[in-house]
Ligand binder design. Structure first.
Ligand code: FES
Length: 110
């Protein structure tokens, strides 16, 4: 399991309603971090339908969802669960933290 945290951005660079992406320094997995009304959530930046980058899609801050730009699947950004077809499998949720003025996340899968 990766214990190394990946720097995503400075805290001031991710305002409510915005998202930022990065690549895990150990596993190389794409990570997308959302600022939802001041709460931070991190998901794998990969649609569970056909493995497209979620961060290319639209983050709907009002509904806490992201819509995949490729075929329109939606996911809850707070837990990664799929909300509509054509995706049925959740997206992996990753830990995220604020430290030393930055936002950090990591791929914690084994
Ligand atoms: S790849 Fe995301 S909905 Fe198809």
């Amino acid at each position: 399991m990766s214990e190394a945290w990946t720097f995503v951005c400075a805290t001031g660079e991710l305002l409510p309603g915005e998202m930022k992406s990065a690549f895990d320094e150990v596993t190389g997995a794409g990570i997308v971090v959302f600022n939802h009304d001041g709460d931070l959530y991190a998901l794998e930046d990969l649609c569970s339908h056909e493995a497209f980058e979620l961060s290319a899609g639209e983050y709907d801050a009002g509904n806490a969802t992201i819509e995949c730009i490729l075929h329109g699947a939606k996911f809850d950004i707070r837990d990664g669960r799929a909300l509509c077809a054509p995706a049925y499998v959740p997206v992996a949720k990753f830990p995220v933290k604020v430290e030393h003025g930055g936002i950090w996340a990591r791929d914690d899968r084994g």
